[in-house]
Design a protein around this ligand. Structure first.
Ligand code: NAD
Length: 252
């Protein structure tokens, strides 16, 4: 198993894509920490995944520096190491540009962009120290989106945050490459999770998505988990600074 005995943190893994990534990593032999704000969903996730292997839930709002610091310290306390970080936690706030509230902009950038920065920096400090002490280099995977390169008029904070995640991926990849630490991103298209639930109830919105998706279907969370498993593995040992789009061929 490619992740045998590796320690992985997956943020926002109480449900959706993060849960699928956590499940794939546990199945592949990793010890997984689920960091999320939804404690109820987190406990449900633990109940399901602990049948497959070692998994822990830690309450952590990735937009809060102290939460992140405590989550990383707790992980190191429990497992003594962190090999993989998946910055998956993300939120949306839809509104037309002229109606957009400043608070919504702050909230979305806070979780999607600042949260990715805070977790990456906290974990990278451990990873760099480990390399300096002769240990194996770790890897960071950011959950970007096809909307990092597409422009959706009623999802401006989200698109901006994911564009920022794409640049954060490239810049941190370059900063950490001398230590052997790889940083990549995944750019999912439309994936069937709670985030997409509103689309399910809106046939026009669903048709709009499918008409721009040559594979003529939305993706499954497990199909994103497969890309994460590749990026986390040694098969991706010379891949850094990249965003891999998994979007069914999505067109603008
Ligand atoms: P989801 O809403 O199903 O799950 C998001 C998870 O993040 C939840 O468990 C939630 O509790 C957690 N979360 C929210 N705010 C948090 C915070 N501040 N700190 C910690 N955890 C927090 O969403 P999803 O569809 O699984 O999306 C996961 C990631 O994939 C997001 O970054 C999203 O932008 C990205 N993505 C999703 C799609 C899609 O179509 N579903 C497409 C492209 C990118």
């Amino acid at each position: 198993m490619s992740l045998e005995n590796k320690v992985a943190i997956v943020t926002g893994a109480a449900r959706g894509i993060g849960f699928a990534v956590a499940k794939r990593f546990v199945t592949d032999g990793a010890k997984v920490v689920i960091a999320d704000v939804d404690d109820e969903a987190g406990q449900k996730a633990i109940a399901e995944l602990s049948q497959l292997g070692e998994v822990t839930y830690i309450h952590c709002n990735v937009a809060e520096r102290l939460d992140v610091r405590n989550m990383v310290a707790e992980t190191l306390n429990a497992y003594g190491d962190i090999d993989v970080l998946v910055n998956n936690a993300g939120i949306v706030a839809g509104a037309d540009f002229l109606d957009l509230e400043e608070e919504d902009l702050d909230r979305v950038l806070g979780v999607n962009l600042k949260g990715t920065f805070l977790c990456s920096q906290a974990v990278a400090r451990h990873m760099v120290e480990k390399v300096q002490n002769g240990g194996e280099a770790g890897t960071i995977i950011n959950m970007s989106s096809i909307n990092s390169v597409l422009a959706i008029p009623n999802q401006i904070p989200y698109c901006v945050s994911k564009g920022g995640v794409a640049q954060l991926t490239k810049t941190t990849a370059v900063a950490l490459a001398p230590h052997g630490i790889r940083v990549n991103a995944i750019g999912p298209g439309s994936i069937m999770t709670d985030m997409l639930a509103s689309v399910n109830d809106d046939p026009a919105a669903k048709n709009r998505i499918l008409s721009r998706t040559p594979m003529l279907r939305v993706g499954e969370a497990s199909e994103i988990a497969g890309v994460a498993a590749f990026l986390a593995s040694s098969d991706a040992s010379y891949v850094t600074g990249q965003t891999i789009f998994a979007d069914g061929g999505r067109m603008p």
